[in-house]
Design a binder for this molecule. Structure first.
Ligand code: ZN
Length: 121
């Protein structure tokens, strides 16, 4: 069981649920803005340069969407761990992650020590 106080978990859970909703909204908006996903945005005439413009916008939005999907997966993971009661444990060493760290970075899966080690290597 996690040693985190229940009220801290509830507080972080609320933050995560809010973030998840906002990330999902952003993902939906990206699909709307992507000319390859949203046919309404595609230019009518296929002028020269249009394809590369569409490819460029698509590439930029895809990369942004990838980051958001990644973030959304980390939020889901944290929420699942809360249900299982394993939230707040470092994935590497199994120690409790510092409460300050979780409050600042609720999707953290490594304790401060392990995350520092990870950066160095
Ligand atoms: Zn650790």
């Amino acid at each position: 069981m996690s040693n985190l106080p229940q009220e801290t978990i509830i507080k972080i859970k609320k933050v995560l649920q809010k973030k998840k909703a906002s990330v999902e909204k952003q993902i939906a908006e990206i699909d709307q803005d992507d000319p390859l996903m949203n046919k309404d945005l595609a230019p009518e005439a296929s002028e020269s340069g249009t394809d590369s413009w569409m490819a460029e916008v698509h590439a930029r939005l895809s990369s942004l969407k990838g980051d958001l999907l990644n973030f959304s997966a980390r939020i889901s993971n944290a929420l699942t761990n809360m249900k299982k009661g394993t939230y707040g444990k470092c994935e590497k060493c199994g120690q409790e992650i510092e409460i300050n760290r979780l409050e600042a970075l609720p999707t953290a899966t490594l304790c401060l020590t392990c995350s520092k080690k990870k950066k160095v290597s």
